[in-house]
Design a protein around this ligand. Structure first.
Ligand code: KG4
Ligand code: ZN
Length: 360
């Protein structure tokens, strides 16, 4: 089976061809980074217009890279949410149009599920597994029990981890997107011990029994440190030190929250799997310091750590094609009146978290 996957929920126009034998035949990602950089973040209306401008050629490139035509497709999947609605509509309507003209199934994919199922595309990871989903819009701990069956154990009460990276970077004068730029400059910090002593940062929620997160205090603490530095452009060494301190604290917080979740997973699901696994996914999964902290943690709990390859950690069409394939394999597809959903919780039964708002 061959499926085309389309992703347009944020600032990447992406399309990919994936087969049910787990072959990624093509994976085209057109970033809108330059269009948004000047604003220091993604501007929804600009994103939607850019998607519209480029979607046709991105789909064409995915087909030609894979050496297939529309006639070879067994299905077409598109992100239908959660995300910026203008962009989601562009990808979703393109997919529905192809499905109508070629008379093939359309599959409306939850973007978060795309990230979560990537481990099954790359590494055959079997259900159930524990998930740390860390992206620009979401930070959640879930259990993937099966296709379409997720238990959300925790979520952020305020900012997402990626958002905290992006906003902290902006405070330090680093360009968008903040995460990769903080990681890059943190690597240039020459005295890491001094950095952590010089820039103490809070550990919100650490040690608490639940799996929730809070990052707004961390971001504010970065601002307080920035405000104490000499006015004007910051010195490169100061930015490197503060970036290192911030990234280390983020890794420590994520590891603390995941530690509790691992213990609970082993207790509740340990007898259902021979290889208990933590899957880390979403854009922030690309961060090496965070992966390092989670590797040690996984070793401590005797669990396997699964992180996506760099090409699949950020938003891409391959994860959407794969999620579509998994559903097609189970005989599922969606009607052409399937609606775009700016909010689309993976676990609709999860108790709302006080203060979490739309991030839940
Ligand atoms: O999953 P993603 O590509 O888009 C969303 O669905 O949100 O995640 C984007 C987020 C951004 O906040 C970006 O700063 C962050 O992932 N990110 C990173 C790294 N690469 C991307 N954060 C920390 N370290 C990185 N290397
Ligand atoms: Zn994403």
């Amino acid at each position: 089976m061959i499926v085309l996957g389309i992703e347009t929920s944020c600032d990447e126009t992406a399309a990919a061809i994936v087969t049910d034998t787990r072959e990624i035949r093509s994976n085209v990602v057109l970033s809108q980074l330059q269009q948004h950089a000047v604003y220091g973040g993604v501007v929804p209306e600009i994103a939607a217009r850019e998607h519209l401008k480029h979607i046709d050629k991105v789909i064409q490139a995915a087909l030609s890279d894979a050496n297939v035509t529309f006639d070879d497709l067994d299905g077409v999947a598109a992100t239908c949410g959660p995300g910026l609605i203008g962009g989601v509509m562009v990808g979703m309507m393109s997919a529905k149009t192809i499905a109508t003209i070629k008379d093939i199934p359309f599959i409306g994919v939850n973007h978060l599920e795309g990230h979560i199922l990537t481990a099954r595309l790359t590494d055959h990871t079997a259900f159930p597994y524990l998930v740390l989903l860390v992206s620009g819009g979401h930070t959640q701990i879930l259990v993937a029990e099966g296709l379409g069956r997720y238990k959300r154990w925790g979520t952020t009460l305020d900012d997402a981890a990626g958002e905290c990276f992006d906003k902290s970077a902006k405070l330090m004068g680093l360009p968008y997107p903040g995460g990769p730029n903080i990681e890059k400059i943190a690597a240039q910090c020459t005295d890491t011990k001094a950095a952590i002593e010089r820039f103490p940062l809070p550990s919100p929620m650490n040690g608490r029994k639940n799996c929730d997160f809070s990052f707004s205090g961390l971001k504010t603490a970065v601002r307080v440190h920035v405000d104490k530095l000499p006015a004007g452009d910051l010195e490169k060494d100061d930015v490197a030190q503060l970036s290192y301190a911030m990234q280390s604290k983020m890794a420590e917080i994520l590891a603390d929250r995941c530690g509790g979740a691992m213990a609970r997973f082993l207790k509740e699901y340990g007898d259902q799997t021979d290889t208990p696994t933590l899957v880390v996914c979403g854009g922030v999964a690309a961060n090496r310091a965070i992966a390092g902290a989670l590797t040690s943690l996984a070793a401590h709990y005797d669990m396997t750590l699964n992180t996506p390859p760099l090409s699949l950690s950020g938003d891409n069409g391959a994860m959407i094609a794969w999620a579509g394939l998994e559903r097609l394999n189970q005989g599922q597809s969606d009607a052409l009146d399937f609606k775009a959903q700016p909010r689309w919780p993976l676990d609709p039964n999860a108790a709302p978290r006080h203060g979490a708002g739309v991030k839940a």
